[in-house]
Design a binder for this molecule. Structure first.
Ligand code: 2M8
Length: 428
């Protein structure tokens, strides 16, 4: 690996600064002109490397979109001036929050980011860091409770997604069976804008979009009420990547609760975390060397071979043989590939190296896995993923949205915020 090259660090910072829109960061110009939930959490960790004030600001601006029931939506439409370059905009969502927002959520990386931002700030001024963190801790805890109340009403310990966009892995093969049950009919016509910016071959199919919008219209009809949505959802997956991120968030919140002397919060979080830890561990499938999600409509395991099966490493302390088996499987998928771990298993019928979440490598997924690999005492494979991520950015792909693992080519949107943030944090 070459020594740190200031040129790339400077470029990564410049991307975050160029994508700044008055305190929040758009994922990329035009293709995604608003504030996205988990993108902002990753971005805040990137900013924390060089500007903690701006890092806190990113999280504060996201919280402006928090609903009264605690949900933090997946998009906050702060400024509608760029609205004509993105679909679906506020009119399709039909939600009623004061700042326009979408009506679904995204993986709760927020509390993990808050921990990182707080710790960077506390190294300089602990009292000021705590004061700035406290309201964000309250917001994150409220969202944590929302997840359990709205998305695990039967107290299984696993939280469910009602829309593929909630996973952040929009068109993953993990959703193929469940999504095929969702009708392609929509009340209003689907007017895609994404393929004006990016080649259609790199994006979800029109049929996927029809189903995405059918689900949006179904939940809008349910008045965006969580209980009504739960009762009527045609798509309902108890999902392991989101649950693992929620558990890691729960651990970070529990540490804050202890630091802030919030004994009753700490007790609640400990109970929730314990339930989720046990439920997640039960999703390990030794025959696959991966964890699996559950389709709550059919009751079946979701056994498509996608990266999500490895993300629980982020939040669990695995038995050594389980961790070894998982690492061997990840090594098999990434052997001979560029950029790190492909999002589906190469060489299988579902594998599409350029089509969005159906095969390409994503820097933020590598980043989550790297953290989990260190936690589980696999520093060598963690370093391999880290070096592959940095190398693909520095040599072939630049700061693209994602990478083709066969060619190392950058795909999707350019000058992408979370790729820049991942670079800054992994380069260190
Ligand atoms: C992608 O998702 C949005 C919908 O939320 C889209 O395709 O329109 C995903 O990659 C998602 O994970 C990401 O948060 C978002 C913005 O980068 O783009």
């Amino acid at each position: 690996m070459p020594p740190p090259d200031n040129k790339f660090v400077a470029k990564a910072k410049a991307i975050l600064e160029a994508n700044d829109r008055n305190g929040y960061t758009v994922p990329t110009h035009r293709l995604y002109p608003f504030q996205w939930n988990w993108d902002s959490a990753f971005v805040a960790m990137g900013f924390a490397q060089f500007d903690v004030d701006r890092a806190f600001r990113e999280l504060e601006r996201l919280v402006e979109g928090q609903w009264a029931d605690g949900m933090i939506p997946h998009i906050v439409f702060h400024d509608l001036s760029g609205a004509d370059s993105y679909y679906p905009g506020p009119a399709v969502w039909g939600t009623s929050h004061t700042v326009a927002t979408s009506g679904i959520t995204q993986p709760p990386v927020f509390a993990i980011a808050l921990r990182a931002v707080h710790d960077a700030a506390a190294a300089v001024d602990p009292a000021a860091a705590n004061a700035r963190t406290l309201p964000l801790y309250e917001a994150a805890l409220k969202w944590q409770r929302w997840w359990y109340a709205a998305r695990d009403p039967e107290n299984t310990g696993l939280v469910a997604l009602l829309h593929p966009w909630e996973s952040g892995s929009d068109n993953s093969p993990a959703w193929d069976i469940a999504l095929a049950r969702v009708p392609t009919t929509t009340i209003k016509p689907v007017v895609r804008k994404d393929t004006n910016h990016v080649a259609a071959a790199m994006r979800p199919h029109d049929q996927d979009y029809a189903r995405f919008i059918h689900l949006v219209e179904t939940y809008a009809d349910a008045g965006w009420d969580p209980a009504q949505q739960w009762a009527t959802a045609p798509f309902k997956i108890a999902e392991i990547q989101t649950t693992a991120i929620l558990l890691k968030a729960g651990e970070d919140l529990a540490r804050f609760a202890a630091d802030f002397g919030r004994a009753s919060d700490a007790a609640d979080l400990a109970a929730l975390n314990a339930r989720t830890r046990a439920a997640l561990l039960a999703q390990w499938r030794p025959a696959l060397n991966r964890f699996v999600s559950r389709d709550l409509v059919s009751g079946a395991d979701v056994d498509a071979s996608t990266h999500a099966g490895f993300v629980p490493v982020l939040a669990l302390d695995l038995d050594a043989p389980v961790a070894r088996a998982m690492v061997a499987e990840m090594a098999r998928w990434s052997a001979g590939k560029l950029g790190g771990l492909p999002t589906t298993e190469p060489g299988t019928p579902i594998w599409e190296p350029k089509r969005y979440w159906r095969g390409p490598v994503w820097a933020v997924i590598n980043w989550l896995l790297i953290n989990g690999l260190h936690r589980n005492a696999h520093p060598a494979f963690a370093d391999q993923l880290r070096e592959a991520t940095l190398a693909v950015i520095e040599t072939t792909a630049g700061f693209a949205e994602y990478f083709d693992p066969d060619t190392g080519e950058g795909c999707g949107g350019g000058d992408f915020s979370w790729t820049a943030a991942a670079y800054l944090c992994l380069r260190g």
